[in-house]
Design a protein around this ligand. Sequence first.
Ligand code: SF4
Ligand code: SF4
Length: 287
Amino acid sequence: MENGSTKTGSAAWVEKLIHEFWATSPQNTLNNGTGEKAWGQPLVGFARATHPLFKKYCEDLSPFYWSPEQAFQLAFPAEPVPAAELSVICWVLPQTAETCADQSRETNMPAERWARSRDFGEKFNCALRLQLAASLTAAGYPAVAPERLPAFAYQHSGQFGIASNWSERHTAHIAGLGTFGLSDGLITVRGKAVRIGSVVARIDLPATAAAYSGYQDWCLWFAKGTCGMCIKRCPAEAINEAGHDKDKCLAYIREVSAPYAQRTYGTEATPCGLCQVKIPCEKSCPL
Ligand code: SF4
Ligand code: SF4
């Protein structure tokens, strides 16, 4: 079936579903009375569920990490489907120029726009996950957003500290959208000041070609031995030459920045993200 100029089930059709929801959903808002959208234009990538990194992450990231087919089966238990029949759709939602500018002026606490994007913007991201999965399923391509499954949870995984069943950043890396930085954030084609989402679907989509081969190729620290700007941006000293201390970061967010945002802006969620702006990888790959 044709939908405008795009064929139902094609990569262009899936991208259009994401872009239309971004453009038209009233949930894409900072909810600050100005009508501003929470996010800039999304960037979309695709991975095949057979990509070997999915299996590697199941082995390396945590004993409870899901493969795409495991996540799919949780949603469709009567319909076991091999990885070869599944694609993973991934998107990056970039912070707006206004949000990045405000956040760049801050040194200890998140700016109001940033706190609002972490709260209302992530609610939009959750709605996009569910809406895309529902649209695909209704069109005959059963789909699930792993992060929205009732079983999705964070747990302690020993070697890697706190970890979840599904990582949007790792999924985006497989889908050709970026590589990891010293601070553990994903440096995407649209930079590191982003939020990410994904859906697993029984659909045949072409894998996005990655312009990198390594896990940390786009970080100046690993590529050239320079930069380290994210170390200086972190008020909690949670980033150093050895990488990102998840426990220190989490403690700062839970005990300091999230209570501040709730008190000051009336927002929920867990904002900080000072390490995602005023750095060379804020808006794009810095190489
Ligand atoms: S700020 Fe510099 S060191 Fe930190 S992630 Fe970005 S490129 Fe790497
Ligand atoms: S989110 Fe905040 S506390 Fe965590 S590493 Fe970044 S700047 Fe530091």
